[in-house]
Design a protein around this ligand. Structure first.
Ligand code: 3H9
Length: 692
């Protein structure tokens, strides 16, 4: 055996050279990895005793891509393209042996091998689009040659990690091998290739699948149209599509040049910078300074959920999806039956779209049982209370949980803003109490705000963070304050949006500005979707707000065919003359002075107070770092990821500008705009949030 460098070994197993890469955590293509591969492949190719070469990785995964931490600075030699050239140009068969994930540059390396084998649990993909990029190491030219144009477009613009079995059916994997026997079976496969005299299959030379798409530009137009909504605002999907067009219309080398040019454009642009920031921000959020990685975790083998409404049911599905049994508590049988039926319906809908199998529907529904008595929670490891936002009810529930649940069980509340310390105080075990704030629909939304109360133990925090990852959520640890991080910042935007209407902007003006900024919808369209009557009580309504008046007119949102907007049968929204008149009447009634409100003011009034509130949250220690706030807003509130998040955006607009505007608004409109001392301090010191 010879060690090529600290991360690469080369051994001879009989007549097969085996190159082993070991560069934790994910074997990313750092300078050391590139150098190790380059040298190892050259040596193996020159070694007359080796008839084939197998590339295999140690640790949890095959190569998971380029080393993203190297982006933004010049890459040391050898370049990835040099490594790929020695692999593809080898004089003997090269076999990539894949486990874990072969992603981005990792898959692009594997695509230069002459054959690929994988264990069934492996996943393959080109996820660069999620970093605002495109595969820049030939992936855009090689993938369509293997899987065809349509499949390549779909894989590259979604970044999906394709399971090995599916990859095999697409031709991306030549043979599936047994789990745990990758190395030996890859070597056996290599011997078979040699024995059968199979060719050195170079993907670059395979054009049949591209020929099938030649002269059919409609393939691309149809794809663009079908995904227009999903891609809106993002540059990278369109650039990925253009590269596949180049694969079809240009010879291989020219296609590579097009890929390189478009890759460089994306890499140097602001969108990719924001998306790469988002990647690391999400991972950084998992690190809690005073909760060590090795903090013991509480095994969670059974979960109880109180409340079988939309929220409770959605939460339950998260656990059933990963095989954890759930007991769902309701007060009345009817409500319980309704909750369980909704869960089944949701799973069946997913199955009908091919997301899961009919067996999985049964399996998952079978994991969720119902009960009418809280005593059924005696043996659960975690309870999540998901009932009305009323402190008295929550306190009553937690008093009872304290008496019923076993010692050490985690007692969580899904409150979206109530004081969790007050809730914890009714128990004799405040160390076990935590907030787990899911977002609706809880089975879909990625964000989980984990709310640390004064006495929450480190074990409970560590367990909640790990559990969040297990159920596929993006978790952010926040502190107790009204609305926590997400809703507290949202409150600023909502207040300004309402005020702007009284100053002369129409709801659709405000929605348009925020939509164009990149949000999936503006606050008024959102209200119409959710229902204007959430929290509205008919008997007590006295026309004191525009919302009251609209609800009194039975304009309660999409469900009644009208709200701020008018809706047609297909639920398409149109600005409403009725709403406009209601607003005008209301302005007259309150004696407000409407004026022309510019789009620029709408944006600044809605967004800058959010940045300012984020600064206050940091000052109070309710979020650990600015990027955590951004992770909350990207994953729970539709902040366009290519604009980083409110704090990142603040840094990029320039904090002096944000501060100056807040001061201007404060002078005109009062202390709601009072700048946070942290914002003032950062500006005075010439710093930005990223310096914190
Ligand atoms: C690319 O390849 C461009 C090419 O086309 C062109 C080149 C010319 N680099 O996610 P985890 C770190 S673009 C550096 O928690 P998991 C990560 O920060 C790349 N570091 O683990 C974390 O560090 P820490 C295309 C990376 O098991 C640790 O590894 N590839 C990279 O949940 C563990 O990560 C991708 O976009 C990287 N490429 O998930 C794949 N990847 O512990 C990106 C990870 O200090 N990676 N780290 O916080 C992933 O999707 C997931 O990490 C993976 C593992 C699925 C692999």
């Amino acid at each position: 055996m010879s060690q090529i460098n600290p991360v690469t070994d080369l051994t001879l197993d009989g007549d097969v050279a085996v190159i082993t890469l070991n560069s934790p955590p994910v074997n990313a293509l750092s300078a050391a990895v590139r150098k190790g591969l380059f040298e190892a492949f050259k040596q193996a190719d020159a070694d007359g005793a080796a008839k084939a070469i197998v590339l295999v990785c140690e640790g949890r995964t095959f190569i998971a891509g380029a080393d993203i931490t190297e982006f933004g600075s010049a890459m040391a030699d050898p370049q990835l393209a040099d490594v790929q050239e020695v692999i593809e140009g080898a004089s003997k068969p090269v076999i990539a042996a894949i486990h874990g994930t072969a992603l981005g540059g990792g898959l692009e390396v594997a695509l230069c091998a002459h054959y690929r084998v994988a264990v069934p649990s492996a996943r393959l993909g080109l996820p660069e689009v999620n970093l605002g990029l495109l595969p820049g190491a030939g992936g855009t030219q090689r993938l369509p040659r293997v899987v065809g144009v349509e499949n390549a477009l779909s894989m590259m613009t979604s970044g999906r990690h394709v399971p090995a079995k599916e990859a095999a059916s697409l031709g991306l994997v030549d043979e599936l091998v047994e789990e745990g026997k990758l190395r030996e079976q890859a070597i056996a496969f290599a011997r078979k290739v040699v024995a059968e005299g199979r060719p050195l299959a170079k993907i670059r030379d395979q054009n049949e699948k591209l020929d099938a798409a030649k002269g059919k530009p409609e393939i691309f137009e149809t794809f663009r149209k079908a995904n227009a909504r999903k891609f809106r605002g993002f540059l990278a999907p369109e650039y990925n599509i253009r590269c596949v067009e180049a694969a079809v219309n240009q010879p291989f080398e020219e296609g590579l040049a097009t890929e390189r040019k478009l890759f460089n454009e994306l890499m140097s642009g602001p969108q990719s910078a924001a998306q790469r920031y988002a990647f690391f921000a999400e991972r950084q959020a998992q690190k809690i300074p005073d909760v060590a990685d090795d903090t013991p975790v509480i095994p969670v083998n059974k979960v109880g959920i109180i409340g079988a409404g939309t929220m409770g049911g959605g939460i339950a599905m998260n656990f059933a999806n990963v095989g954890i049994p759930v007991v769902l508590i309701e007060v009345k049988q009817e409500a319980l039956d309704r909750g369980l039926a909704t869960i089944r319906k949701n799973y069946e809908r997913t199955a009908s779209r091919g997301g899961i199998t009919a067996d999985q529907v049964e399996e998952r529904c079978g994991l969720i049982t119902g009960a009418l008595e809280m005593e059924a929670l005696a043996d659960v490891d975690l309870v999540i209370e998901a009932v009305f936002e009323r402190m008295d009810i929550k306190k009553d529930i937690f008093t009872r949980l304290d008496a019923i649940c076993k010692p050490g069980a985690i007692l969580a509340t899904n409150t979206s803003g109530l004081d969790i310390d007050e809730i914890a105080a009714v128990t004799k075990r405040p160390e076990s109490v935590i907030g787990l704030h899911f977002f609706s629909p809880a089975n879909v939304m990625k964000l989980l705000e984990i709310v640390r109360a004064d006495h929450t133990s480190k074990e409970v925090i560590a367990t909640s963070m790990k559990l969040a990852k297990k159920i596929g959520k993006v978790a952010v640890l926040v502190g107790v304050c009204p609305g926590f991080v997400g809703n507290r910042i949202l409150g600023q935007r909502q207040r300004e949006a309402q005020k702007l209407v009284m100053e002369g902007a129409m709801p659709w003006d405000i929605d348009r500005v925020l939509y164009d900024f990149g949000f999936p919808m503006g606050p008024f369209a959102m209200s119409d979707l959710a229902g204007l009557d959430i929290g509205w009580v008919k008997e007590r309504s006295k026309g004191e707000s525009i919302r009251d008046v609209l609800c009194e007119m039975d304009r309660r949102g999409q469900k009644t065919g009208a709200g701020y907007y008018d809706y047609d049968e297909a639920r398409n929204a149109k600005p409403s003359p009725v709403t406009e008149q209601v607003i005008k009447d209301f302005i007259v009634k309150t004696g407000a002075n409407p004026r022309e409100v510019t789009d620029e003011e709408i944006l600044e009034r809605c967004i800058y107070p959010m940045i300012n509130e984020g600064a206050k949250i940091l000052e109070e220690g309710k979020a650990i770092r600015p990027s955590d706030i951004d992770v909350v807003w990207q994953n729970g509130y539709g902040w366009p990821v290519y604009r980083g998040g409110p704090m990142w955006y603040g840094d990029h607009v320039g904090l002096p500008k944000v501060l100056a505007k807040m001061q201007e608004f404060q002078a005109k409109m009062g202390d709601q705009f009072k700048p946070s001392p942290l914002l003032e301090k950062l500006v005075a010191e010439g710093k930005s949030f990223k310096d914190l």
